[in-house]
Structures are given as structure tokens and as C-alpha cells.
Design a protein around this ligand. Structure first.
Ligand code: GLU
Length: 271
């Protein structure tokens, strides 16, 4: 059989495309990398089977869809409280949805869309604890929080400067230490703490102190100066609230948890 040169090239191309798993429609369509937490039940969690769940994950998926990315085109990347700005500055992710409080210090390095949620700093203690009822009680206690979080900074600079605070990489490490009685309390946003308290493996072990120690407005972090993306994400967030998806996700993720959430906040970033 005589095969023309052009025919041979076409055949090889088909072979290569098939071998690399690139079907016609799967090829060339862009993906989007989104930074989320992997260890915060109710907000951003990578479950044992690899499924991603939580309110932040729902928000990320909704926004991605509005930007034109179906679920199979999303690449979730793990971010830690201490590396969110860097992940954005180095283009590791397009945006970050990770219990990320908007504040001036962070806004020097990144921009935010939103806010899309309001949480308050609180404490998680063992259910037998009776000695912590207000922020000042913490001054003689061993606390745990996460490096790069507003929670740790608020304790050090404002709430209880004399407290001994251990800073770790992720909040789940604090939960383990608290369970093993190495520490007296862990501190971060109530939405995060409620998620841990409600986990099956933690049933009956912990309680929230119920203090509202700060206002934490969650924003979607994005690269500084990308006002076009900021405008698009703000529009997506408004739509998520208007069409009821926001409320539905909040109920699904925090409903079973003994946690009363704030209503959706007005969007103020970029306007
Ligand atoms: N919302 C706080 C922050 O952005 C605490 C939660 C977290 O570390 O992700 O620092």
C-alpha cells in the first residue's frame, strides 16, 4: 500500500492524540486552578475518596462556572493560611476561596472580590472546659492557631498578648493537639471551629466558647490589579446570592452544625 506523506502525518497525529487521551472535545479546553483549604470540614475539605466539599468549594465552583469553567475543568490546589498571597503572586492559582479574611495588610499584596461571608473569631475547647469564658481568660492558657492567620495575629496583638500560642500549618493539627489535651483551646473563625466540632469522630468532645472576638469578612483573593476578574467574580457572587444558591450551600454545609451564620454581606471590594 502506498501512503502519501500528508496521510502518514495525519495518521501519526491521530495516534498521538489517542495515546495521550486527548479526544476532540477534551483537548485544548482550558482549566482553571483555584486555591482552597483541604482540611476544613464545612468549608474546604478533600475527603478520603478525593471529593472536595464545603461552602468555599461550592462558592469556587459557582464562580468558576460563571467564568465559563465546568466542574471537570477545575483544578483545586491546596493553600495554607501562610501562603495564600504567594500562591496568587506567583500565578499558582487564579483565585483563592479559603476562609480568607479581607484586610489592609493583605490588600497591599493581593486584591479581593466580595466579601461573600462573615465569620467571627471564637475558641474551641474540650467539652469539659469551664475556665474560658472571655478573651482575657486566655492570657494564662496554651492556645493553638495557624501561622499567617488573622486569628493568631489578633491573639498576639490585641486579644490576649500574654497567652502562650503554638502556631501550626493547618487547623486540623490544632484539633489533634486539643483532643490529646496538649493545649487548652484553639482559636480561629467560628465557621471553621463549628465544622470540626460537628465531625463524627469529634462528637461530644468539643464546644465553642461562643465569643465573637472579631469580624472576619471572607473575600476571594486574586492577583493584584486584575480588576476585570474582580468585577466578574463580584457579579458571580451577587448572582449566587440572588438565585438562592448561596443560602442553599450555607444550609447544606453549616445546617447540621450548631452554627448560626450571618446573612450574605454587601459586596464592597472594587467598588
Ligand atoms: N479568616 C482568618 C484568616 O483569613 C482565619 C482562617 C484562616 O486562617 O484561613 O486568616
Amino acid at each position: 500500500m502506498k501512503v502519501s506523506k500528508a496521510g502518514a502525518v495525519a495518521a501519526v497525529t491521530v495516534l498521538v492524540l489517542t495515546a495521550s487521551g486527548c479526544g476532540e472535545d477534551a483537548a485544548d479546553l482550558p482549566t482553571i486552578s483555584i486555591g482552597i483549604k483541604f482540611d476544613q470540614p464545612g468549608l474546604g475539605l478533600r475527603e478520603a475518596g478525593g471529593r472536595f466539599t464545603g461552602f468555599d468549594v461550592d462558592v469556587a465552583r459557582y464562580v468558576a462556572k460563571e467564568l465559563g469553567y465546568s466542574e471537570d475543568r477545575i483544578r483545586f490546589k491546596q493553600v495554607f493560611s501562610s501562603d495564600r498571597e504567594l500562591m496568587l503572586q506567583y500565578n499558582e492559582v487564579k483565585f483563592v476561596v479559603a476562609s480568607y479574611s479581607i484586610n489592609e495588610k493583605r490588600k497591599a499584596r493581593v486584591d479581593f472580590a466580595g466579601p461573600y461571608f462573615v465569620a467571627h473569631q471564637d475558641l474551641l475547647v474540650r467539652s469539659t472546659e469551664t475556665g474560658i469564658t472571655k478573651a482575657e481568660d486566655l492570657n494564662s492558657k496554651n492556645l493553638c492557631s495557624v501561622t499567617g492567620s488573622t486569628s493568631a495575629e489578633n491573639i498576639r496583638t490585641k486579644l490576649a498578648p500574654k497567652a502562650y500560642i503554638t502556631e501550626v500549618g493547618g487547623y486540623s493539627e490544632c484539633v489533634t493537639a486539643l483532643k490529646e489535651s496538649v493545649l487548652d483551646a484553639m482559636t480561629t473563625d467560628n465557621a471553621i471551629l463549628a465544622g470540626y466540632a460537628a465531625q463524627d469522630i469529634n462528637q461530644g468532645k468539643f464546644k465553642l466558647a461562643g465569643l465573637s472576638l472579631s469580624n472576619e469578612k471572607y473575600g476571594i483573593g486574586l492577583k493584584k490589579g486584575d480588576t476585570e476578574l474582580q468585577t466578574k467574580i463580584n457579579a458571580a457572587l451577587r448572582k449566587m446570592v440572588q438565585d438562592g444558591s448561596w443560602e442553599k450551600s450555607v444550609k447544606a454545609n453549616f445546617g447540621a452544625v450548631n452554627f448560626k451564620h450571618e446573612p450574605a454581606p454587601a459586596i464592597t471590594e472594587g467598588s
